[in-house]
Ligand binder design. Structure first.
Ligand code: AMP
Ligand code: MG
Length: 486
């Protein structure tokens, strides 16, 4: 089978102690229909192109048929949700196994919406078409933007309704991830498994994501450091493109450093650091400007789980952990500043850059400028005074300072503008475009709007006039809201 299909599973997670998962098959669905398939991703995973054209795919991506070599399971984990500790686990996701690519890379293949598991609590284990397509679109957009993320391989409709506030069409998303290990997996391990299980999990995570630190003197301290580094780099990338995750609970923070769990996420249009989209985030805990802070908070929870491995002496362990966690902000800042310099076409560090950057951001806030379009417009040499920001006297002053700074560089003007075009996307998944695509798919069964959107989002840095309409902002006074638990 593996030879014919290209599926090639090796299930290391299933070899962990039993407390980390429950073996369970997806619950078969009535009439699965494959509505979207990510062919390039499938081929990069080593899946055979002929198999991809075949008839059994919808049954496989619905969980009705189990591929040879797969060992389906639901993972156990805990997490701090909006600051409160809870036992969670895959309530509606089933890990089929780990696909080993031709290059020897390992990827989790998970069906999201695959039915009830021992961790479902009151939930039905299912998912609706709109939110699964939404995850597909936004995760693929993130990938194309160059941001570490889980990816989406397929969506099938199930032929079964799911009951939310209304009756919705059921669907299953196939998610591909470097792994599904989370901060919450460690919180679960130490709380219910003790030090022995914690160490097994840490060794496993190191082997899987950070093998280069295996021989370090204090490899668990290095592990903490590396996770902090990856999260700092990741969250800086979010901030640079205006991505708001929306539900940065510790169970949604991946040890691999990938963006995971696309629930109420959305991209910011008008620049406002306080932007929140999630309908349940009343206090703005996960607002745009808070993301770095929350990143640090989550990493502190992660560090706490590792304490017994960091040092035999508890006080010493706390000291070591605190040192690392308090370094998060500086690492984040340096990534963010480096990224902002690139967005402004600056090659080397200069003392007053931070002032220049914050100067622009505060003008953007004052004049309610669109975040993405402002930066992208700067990549054009001639700014046509089309927005309130560009027309304003304070911006014209800022622009002069910026142009002077650009002129002082050794690198050519051409090189600067090229750097800017590579660092400022023209196309992001605009909220109204995403909604329009989902509506056509859900209401009319028309996937063509989604396909066109995905095509535009697949090369976000390559502007062309035919795609100009995708840069447009929706003029509305109604705040955009997103929903989770969908
Ligand atoms: P999330 O907010 O998506 O990170 O999910 C939080 C927890 O709720 C996870 O343990 C999910 O598996 C679980 N969950 C979400 N939706 C459902 C559902 N429909 N049925 C069962 N569990 C669910
Ligand atoms: Mg989650």
């Amino acid at each position: 089978m593996t030879k014919e299909t290209g599926w090639n599973f090796d299930n290391s997670y299933a070899r962990l102690p039993k407390m980390f998962f429950s073996s369970i098959n997806p619950t078969p669905v009535k009439s699965p229909e494959l509505i979207i398939l990510n062919n390039p991703l499938a081929e990069s995973l080593g899946v055979d192109p002929e198999w991809l054209k075949g008839e059994d795919r919808s049954a496989v991506f619905a969980g009705n048929e189990i591929l040879e070599g797969a060992e389906p399971l639901a993972q156990a984990y805990a997490g701090h949700q909006f600051g409160h500790f809870t036992m969670l686990g895959d309530g509606r996701a089933v890990l089929l196994g780990e696909q080993i690519t031709r290059e020897g890379e390992r990827f989790d293949i998970q069906l999201k919406g695959a039915g009830r598991t021992p961790y479902s609590r009151g939930g039905d284990g299912r998912a609706a078409l709109g939110p699964m397509l939404r995850e597909y679109i936004i995760s693929e957009a993130m990938y194309a933007l160059g941001i570490p993320t889980t990816r989406s391989l397929a969506v099938v409709t199930t032929g079964e309704p799911v009951l939310r506030e209304t009756k919705l069409e059921g669907a299953i998303l196939t998610r591909v991830a470097a792994s599904h290990l989370r901060v919450g997996t460690f919180e679960y391990a130490v709380r219910w498994g003790g030090v022995e299980k914690l160490q097994i999990l840490a060794d496993y995570a190191i082997q899987r994501h950070y093998p280069e630190i295996n021989d370090d003197e204090n490899k668990y301290l290095s592990f903490l450091q590396e996770v902090i580094k990856r999260q700092a780099a990741l969250i800086a990338k979010w901030q640079l493109v205006g991505f708001i995750h929306g539900v940065m609970n510790t169970d949604n923070m991946a040890i691999s450093g990938e963006t995971i769990d696309y629930g109420p996420c959305a991209f910011m249009d008008t620049y406002d650091p306080e932007t929140v989209f999630s309908s349940i985030d009343h206090q703005g805990r996960y607002a745009y400007e808070n993301q770095p802070l929350i990143g640090g908070w989550n990493l502190a929870r992660f560090a706490e789980t590792l304490l017994p491995l960091l040092h035999d002496d508890k006080e010493e362990a706390v000291k070591l952990a605190q040192e690392k966690v308090s370094g998060f902000n500086e690492i984040f800042q340096s990534h963010w500043l480096a990224g902002m310099r690139m967005k402004l076409g600056l090659f080397k560090k200069k003392e007053k850059d931070e002032e220049l950057i914050h100067g622009l951001l505060s003008l953007m806030k004052k004049h309610r400028a669109d975040y993405t379009n402002t930066f992208r417009t700067l990549t054009r040499d001639q700014l046509d005074a089309t927005t309130d920001l560009f027309k304003s006297a304070d911006f014209i002053q800022w622009e002069q300072r910026w142009k002077e700074r650009l002129a002082q560089q050794e690198e050519s003007k051409v090189a600067s503008y090229e750097l800017m075009r590579k660092s400022n996307p023209a196309f992001i998944p605009r909220n109204h475009r995403v909604e329009e695509a989902l509506e056509a798919a859900v209401e009319q069964g028309d996937l063509s709007v989604t396909a066109r959107l995905l095509d535009v989002l697949s090369s976000p840095y390559e502007y062309s006039v035919e795609k100009a309409e995708y840069t447009k902002v929706l003029e509305t006074n109604i705040p955009y809201q997103t929903f989770c638990g969908t």
